[in-house]
Design a protein. Structure first.
Length: 510
């Protein structure tokens, strides 16, 4: 029995059904996918947006191969663009499009090759760590020492696993904008300062640079829903049953067999299972089993989905908007700006200049738009805002959402040659095609605790007290976590789903 049909629950279902087990997935919503879905959010408009998660890096190709998924990712030729103003003139940093071009872009912004060379060395180091750490994610958990031996690079270990990432960033880079671009990988979905001694920012950084052994973030062709649909099809083809509209409300277990009580629109039902895999959050798991829930993990991001009639022109005329928006477009993410935004939010205020990043899916993959929209040059925009923890929305979610959306878009407008509002498409009712989701919205719609996109703070990818062999074990022998809240969970990876399935297969082998 699998509680939750998010992408991880579906990965577990597909592996177990392919191994000949009898599998039933209970999903409380009327569709599968959890935070990995595509929807048409705008009335009468054929644009299927990846509503929540939008880029893929952490999904091992092994899972795609093992499950025979018909799912593809598209590489982005531009990695990022960061607009800036220097000496009163618009400029920016474009990373990607080949080595010579990137070197030149660094020189244009900073006046020398120094920052580019530091960049090459830094990402060379993280690339070597990625090659060594990524394959371990789908193996039993290594100990800390085993992982350290595997990394086999004392400097890299110290930089990424021991010292706050702010130390390395400040040692290695001099330019505030370059420092900020590096730091953002440590802050996506994580509310932290560069020097937080508890190192949540380092763990976030690690998960952002190890995916696929390269750290590349690619476009899911057809949108994130294409992945979920391929997983649901693989699970069903292998014989799994998927029951949507079924909410698990209680798990009773003696460690050998379990009883799951669930609710449907027609009433309550009970089912028995040898193993229960829980794709819902660790908080939800504790509520289901009657255990003490772990400390709440607050989310801190704003997600905005938009459809544009055309891409806006940039003030920095040296860069084509089609390139700038096809990579990650950083806004108000200078190093000092990020620190100020964090300090303001930690003090209970909305950041005065909210940092965010934007990317356009349809430039790499127009298949998510209906043919009419493609012909007319429509484009999608996805914005992910940082440093706005759930507590800031408590006083009035609707009012704070609106205020934050306005100030976030004003930061983008400062770098555009025309206001974004002029480029927004309208829906069948004449309303602008834009929707925003706060942490409280995500908690309500997706049951993400505190709106945390990873279910809980990301974990180190090695064994710690109580983490079990695969990082999915709980205090009940036959109840496992198979979602983002497991050790090595978080992100669209399928890793905890794979690992929970392996734990069940090992426990029942022979
Ligand atoms: C706005 C946003 C942007 C993100 N961007 C990215 C990105 O670009 N790339 C990336 O890699 N990651 C991203 N993430 C993170 C990533 O989406 C999640 O970590 C991942 O989807 C978690 O998958 P999951 O299957 O473990 O859990 P979920 O997707 O949370 O699925 C859990 C499922 O369990 C169901 N459920 C819960 N309780 C019950 C119950 N009692 N009974 C039955 N069903 C239940 C839920 O309805 C849900 O379908 C983003 C997340 C968000 C919210």
């Amino acid at each position: 029995m699998i509680v939750g049909g998010g992408h991880n629950g579906l990965v577990a279902a597909a592996y177990l059904a392919r191994a000949g087990r009898s599998v039933l997935v209970l999903e409380r919503l009327d569709h599968t996918g959890g935070a990995a879905v595509s929807t048409r959010p705008f009335v009468g408009v054929d644009a299927r947006l990846s509503r929540y998660s939008y880029l893929v890096s952490l999904l091992p190709s092994k899972i795609v191969r093992d499950l025979g998924l018909s799912f593809r990712i598209g590489p982005r030729t531009i990695s990022s663009y960061t607009p800036a103003e220097r000496a009163g003139r618009p400029t920016g940093l474009l990373v990607g499009g080949g080595e010579a071009r990137t070197r030149e872009a660094f020189a244009r912004l900073t006046g020398s090759d120094r920052e580019y060379e530091s960049w090459q060395r830094f990402y060379g180091m993280s690339g070597r760590v990625a090659e060594r750490v990524f394959p371990t994610l789908t193996e039993p958990l290594p100990t800390r020492d085993e992982l350290r031996r595997r990394v086999d690079d004392d400097e890299a270990w110290r930089t990424l696993f021991e010292e706050p990432i702010g130390v390395a960033i400040e040692d290695r880079f001099a330019d505030d904008l370059v420092r900020g671009v590096v730091l953002t990988d440590a802050l996506i979905g994580t509310f932290a300062d560069a020097h937080d001694p508890a190192l949540p920012q380092n763990r976030c950084f690690l998960y952002h640079v190890i995916g696929g052994g390269t750290g590349a973030w690619d476009v899911p062709v057809g949108g994130m829903g294409a992945l979920t649909d391929a997983l649901a099809a693989a699970a069903r083809d292998a014989g799994a049953d998927i029951a949507t509209g079924h909410e698990a409300v209680r798990i009773d277990t003696d460690g050998r067999t379990a009883q799951i009580t669930y609710r449907t629109p027609d009433g309550e039902g009970v089912a028995a299972a040898r193993h229960v895999l829980v794709n819902a959050s660790p908080q939800a798991l504790a509520e289901l089993t009657g255990d003490t829930p772990p400390a709440p993990a607050e989310g801190a991001q704003l997600k905005v989905n938009m459809l544009l009639k055309r891409l806006p022109r940039l003030r920095d005329e040296a860069v084509d908007p089609r390139e700038a928006f096809s990579g990650t477009f950083h806004i108000a993410e200078g190093y000092r700006q990020l620190a100020t935004a964090h300090a303001q939010a930690a003090a209970g205020e909305l950041p005065a200049a909210p940092p965010s990043e934007i990317y356009c899916h349809s430039l790499t993959d127009p298949t998510i738009l209906g043919p009419d929209l493609v012909e007319q040059g429509y484009q999608t925009l996805t914005l992910f805002g940082l440093h706005t923890p759930a507590r800031l929305f408590d006083r009035d979610n609707d009012a704070v959402r609106e205020e934050l959306l306005k100030s976030t878009l004003a930061q983008l407008d400062a770098h555009l040659a025309e206001p974004l509002a002029d480029c927004l498409a309208t829906d069948a009712d004449g309303r602008p095609c834009i929707e925003a989701k706060t942490p409280l919205d995500l908690e309500r719609d997706l049951r993400l605790p505190g709106g945390n996109i990873f279910h809980r703070e990301l974990s180190w990818p090695y064994a710690q007290e109580g983490t079990g062999r695969w990082g999915v074990e709980t205090r009940h022998a036959n109840v496992l976590l198979c979602g983002a809240g497991a050790v090595r969970g978080g992100g669209v990876s399928g890793v905890p789903g794979h690992n929970a399935a392996m734990a069940v297969l090992e426990a029942t082998a022979g």
